[in-house]
Design a binder for this molecule. Structure first.
Ligand code: PEP
Ligand code: MG
Length: 558
């Protein structure tokens, strides 16, 4: 028996065969093909897609960064249209019978070598452009966007790391558990695993996983251990553990249908976070008071184009209808960073977490944003829907978003499409700027929801994807973060609006008392955390005056 240790992401025991998913970023193997005509067509099609993508990148760059910087995409287009470059690829396909991707890779390798031999720095730098263009071509030839992981039996899914878009493409009903070498517990893949009750461990930290494919294993998602070829004693111990945990879960059911009140009678709302329609079942099973965060961007992930208004309307309508009048907070598309959407054709960024993401992206593409807004407003007549804007850093962003909301509503009116005028519009507080401006922001919106996953990373200069930093910041009741939450609560209440937490920290039962004492009105957590949280709230006694936990009274923070 071999034991590998990692960080637990979602408790539970899962036993099965290990399936290793290889993310072979542009891995090209030598393949000889018979049908050269067909292969040439594949190459031509890939070239067209790549050219269109570059055109879009150029237009966007022109608007945003000006002609100089945008010029790089013109160079890429010129490379892609270069006759000798194309001739070299075509002859490798027609004469050598190489597959299209291999022909591109070989041409790239030869040209890069001759570029490197030149003394001119300018030509050398073109080698990087050439690689970029060839990678783009290969990705299209290999149809990377449409790559699916086909699972024919139930397995424990292993990978070095998993992107949310990859996770979404998998038939998760075939996944018994998830184990990754890297990743972090705040990553969206970890959040997805938790939402879907999949036992998961991250940060096994070894490349060993790929060699263990096909072996029988058992995941202990409570302690973060993976047992390969487990012995009888371990199997029995883990079966007992699972039984005990199942009993605890059963006991928690008594909190269903009851109010969440502290010992001194303050009612606290407990909502669920979801990423799609499937998660609604978990939210309902756990009797969530509503949906505090619907991560709508997951509707945009794992596909090749933006979902149209009808598709979005139907999706949002189902969520509000199925929640039967309970509150549903739908966050507008929050893509970017680890939730990278390839068809947006965004240029590669050095720091995507600080880049073109979230509300910024929506404000840069107002037509796309208004499509989502129309769908949301149309769905509003079917229940209690609220709209939440992510990653706000300034009042101006809220005003711009509200102006687009007004345009979307006017478009609906013009078509006589019904919608509710009283839809609440709130914002996420997940940047230091939003906290510092929370006094003014509170005057503009109907509610705040604190996204601690991002707020933590921006306040503590802490990459939420970096596992190593998690142990560095083991003490997550970091004083700075609590001060930011304190400021937010004070300013929200000063303007009479409610404030919730919808980041992962909201489910940390050791912090519940601190959060409630700071004045948090509601918590929105992974569905499986709803009942434990409801139990915990009943043990909290709120004192008369709020104070910053572990500190003397905290004065004058607004
Ligand atoms: C957050 O940042 O805390 C949050 C809830 O949003 P996400 O995790 O989707 O970035
Ligand atoms: Mg966030």
């Amino acid at each position: 028996m071999l034991i590998l240790s990692g960080k637990p992401v979602f408790g539970g025991i899962a036993k099965g065969k290990l399936f290793y998913f290889q993310q072979d970023e542009n891995e090209v193997t030598k393949r000889l093909i018979k049908d050269t005509e067909r292969e040439l067509k594949r190459f031509e099609a890939a070239k067209e897609y790549a050219l269109a993508e570059l055109e879009e990148l150029y237009t966007t760059a022109l608007e945003k960064v000006g002609e100089n910087e945008a010029g790089i995409f013109i160079i890429h287009k010129m490379l892609l249209a270069d006759e000798s470059f194309i001739r070299s690829i075509v002859s490798r396909i027609s004469d050598d019978h190489f597959s299209a991707d291999y022909a591109v890779a070989q041409t790239a390798r030869d040209l890069a070598q001759s570029f490197q031999k030149m003394s001119s720095d300018y030509i050398k730098s073109r080698a990087a452009d050439l690689k970029d263009v060839c990678d783009r071509l290969i990705r299209h030839i290999q149809n990377k966007d449409e790559k699916r992981i086909e699972l024919t039996e139930k397995v424990i899914l292993c990978a070095d790391d998993l992107m949310p878009s990859e996770t979404l493409q998998i038939d998760l009903s075939m996944v018994l558990g998830i184990v990754t070498c890297y990743g972090s517990s705040n990553s969206h893949t970890a959040i997805l695993a938790r939402t879907m009750n999949i036992p998961a461990i991250i940060g096994i930290g070894a490349e060993k996983l790929s060699m263990l494919r096909g072996m029988e294993a058992i995941i202990d998602g409570y302690d973060g251990e993976l047992y390969i070829d487990p012995d009888e004693k371990t199997l029995k111990r883990l079966a007992r553990l699972e039984e005990e945990e199942a009993k605890k879960r059963e006991l928690l059911k008594r909190f269903k249908g009851r109010k969440n009140v502290t010992l001194d009678g303050t009612e606290i709302q407990v909502f669920a976070n979801i990423a799609g329609l499937n998660d609604l079942n978990y939210a309902l099973e756990n009797d969530a008071g509503g949906i505090g965060l619907y991560r709508s961007e997951f509707l945009y992930l794992g596909r090749n184009s933006v979902p149209d208004e009808e598709e979005q309307f139907y999706n949002y309508r189902q969520v509000v209808e199925r929640m039967g009048g309970r509150k549903v907070v739908i966050r507008t598309m929050d893509a970017g960073a680890d939730k990278n959407i390839k068809y947006f054709g965004l240029a590669k960024e050095e720091n995507p977490a600080l880049g073109v993401r979230s509300i910024r992206l929506c404000l840069m593409r107002p037509e796309m944003f208004k499509t989502q807004l129309r769908a949301l407003y149309r769905a509003s007549v079917y229940g209690q829907l609220a709209i939440m804007l992510p990653l706000i850093t300034d009042i101006e962003e809220v005003r711009q978003a509200k102006a687009l909301i007004e345009e979307a509503k006017a478009q609906l009116r013009a078509k006589n499409q019904p919608f509710r005028e009283d839809v609440k519009v709130g914002i996420m507080i997940e940047t230091p700027a939003a906290v510092i401006l929370s006094d003014e922001l509170a005057a503009e919106v109907d509610f705040f929801s604190i996204g601690t996953n991002d707020l933590e990373q921006y306040v503590l200069a802490f990459d939420r994807q970096n596992l190593m930093l998690e142990s560095y910041f083991e003490n997550r009741t970091h004083r700075a973060l609590l001060k930011f939450i304190d400021i937010t609560c004070r300013n929200a209440h000063k303007h009479g609006i409610p404030v919730s937490i919808c980041g992962e920290l909201g489910a940390d039962l050791t912090l519940t008392e601190d959060f409630l004492k700071l004045g948090i009105d509601a918590l929105s957590v992974t569905p499986s955390q709803v009942l434990p949280l409801r139990q915990r709230i009943r043990t909290v006694k709120l004192e008369e005056c709020r104070q910053l936990p572990g500190a003397k009274a905290h004065a004058g923070v607004t």
